[in-house]
Design a protein around this ligand. Structure first.
Ligand SMILES: Cc1cc2nc3c(=O)[nH]c(=O)nc-3n(C[C@H](O)[C@H](O)[C@H](O)COP(=O)(O)OP(=O)(O)OC[C@H]3O[C@@H](n4cnc5c(N)ncnc54)[C@H](O)[C@@H]3O)c2cc1C
Length: 391
């Protein structure tokens, strides 16, 4: 029996995998996406802070090009996916003991607005003290000022599924409960085996994309001949869903270590996160630690002392970051690609990235793979494809 042939096979149904599926299908390629879970976005892409943002804090680590690129994508996604990506009001309170001064925040917010294209809707302002009582019970003792600006929030799971639906609309195939087993790379093709319903299936492809997120290294080890890739760190980040209705989002400075922590409105409640520490082992066994809960609840209590602390749920996920000397929160969020052969790339692995820039990530991947793939007639432009939630 001859194996089915594809131009591009993608391992992983998180935001990066589905983004590549959409971009490749839009370029006219035949695409197969394999996801080991029963549904898409059950791993990192469903456990994020759900922000489509430039990342105000990345200005501190001078990641200007990433912030600018992310803000451009935010603008585009607000147009392409109005039912999935919406502007949200954010507040940054500044107290007597806040480490970032009002001047520093003013500078950061001005730069953020500048990178967003100086559109009036993205300008920041200071909340008048007479209006502080409207800030969901925020602690006002020793409060000096509150900056207000806008950023975007999404439903990360729904966004991922909407992007795959768009890819399927362009002809891509998606197989869930389909676990990649191994691949053999030859000069002219890659032969892939995956397991579905207990049956081992074989397909061939011109290019293979390893978009398995935290599993990028174990998956790479099953691709032969083996090429070494830079081993990233897995950084665990957790969120708590607290039973409180809040009307706006808050960008808080953890009193314990001065890290940024968000409190975000989420489905009639509040999402509090995130934490950050290096994780060792298989992400499958990852769970929210008691110290993470205590850390986040302490931040919450510090800023919202009157709120009850009833926990409804917890989530935890892994960022994939390249090792570097910088502290975890200051490590680069820029995406990194590993290619088996720069002249004729057949296998490309995605290391890291952000939900926000999935579309740009996919464009970059496809521009690398163009060297190997046949020329096809482009059928769509992902910058124009509307994204709608699927039921
Ligand atoms: C706590 C936290 C908060 C974050 N907040 C934000 C934010 O607010 N905004 C933002 O822009 N970014 C954010 N990020 C970053 C963003 O979430 C990630 O960069 C992104 O989700 C990574 O997507 P991915 O597709 O690479 O990985 P994943 O979503 O993990 O997808 C990989 C997929 O591969 C599958 N897979 C693995 N092995 C196999 C196999 N053998 N066969 C088949 N399938 C396999 C997995 O099941 C999984 O579904 C956050 C990250 C974390 C951890």
């Amino acid at each position: 029996m001859t194996a089915e042939k594809y131009d591009v096979v993608i391992i992983g149904g998180g935001i990066n995998g589905v983004g590549v599926a959409q971009a490749a299908a839009a370029m006219g390629y035949s695409v197969l996406l394999l996801e080991k879970n029963a549904q898409l976005a059950l791993e990192t892409s469903g456990r994020s802070s759900k922000l489509i943002h430039g990342g105000l804090r990345y200005l501190e680590s001078l990641e200007f090009s990433l912030v600018r690129e992310s803000l451009k994508e935010r603008e585009l996604l607000l147009k392409l996916a109005p039912d999935l990506v919406r502007l949200q009001t954010f507040n940054i309170p500044v107290y007597n003991d806040t480490s970032r001064s009002a001047l520093t925040l003013r500078l950061g917010l001005s730069l953020y607005a500048l990178f967003a294209g100086l559109n009036k809707k993205h300008f920041y302002h200071q909340v008048k003290s007479v209006n502080w009582s409207e800030l969901d019970g925020l602690q006002t003792k020793n409060l000096k000022t509150v900056f207000q600006y806008s950023d975007a929030q999404t439903d990360d799971t729904a966004l991922t599924r909407a992007v795959m639906a768009s890819a399927i609309g362009l002809g891509a195939e998606c197989q869930c409960e389909a676990e990649f087993v191994r691949a053999n790379v030859d000069k002219d093709k890659v032969t892939i085996q995956y397991q579905k319903n207990g049956v081992l299936k074989t397909v061939t492809t011109s290019a293979l994309v390893n978009a398995s997120g935290p599993w990028v290294c174990p998956v790479n080890k099953r691709i032969f001949p083996q090429s070494t890739i830079l081993k990233p760190d897995l950084i665990q980040g957790s969120h708590l869903l607290v039973k409180t209705a809040i009307s706006q989002a808050y960008y808080l400075e953890a009193p314990q270590d001065k890290r940024a922590v968000f409190l975000l409105p989420w489905k009639s409640h509040a999402l509090l996160g995130t934490t950050e520490h290096v994780y060792q082992g298989d992400p499958v066994g990852m769970h929210v630690l008691d110290e993470e809960k205590n850390y986040l609840l302490k931040v919450y209590e510090h800023y919202f002392p009157e709120h009850e602390q009833e926990l409804l749920a917890t989530t935890t996920g892994c960022r994939v970051l390249l090792p570097a000397g910088a502290s975890l929160s200051k490590r680069s969020r820029e995406i990194h690609f590993e290619v088996d052969d720069a002249m004729q790339p057949r296998v490309i692995s995605i290391v890291g990235g952000k939900l926000t820039v999935y579309r740009q990530t996919a464009i970059k991947i496809m521009s690398v793979l163009r060297k190997t793939l046949p020329v096809k007639k482009v059928i769509a432009d992902t910058a124009r494809l509307k994204l709608t939630p699927i039921d």
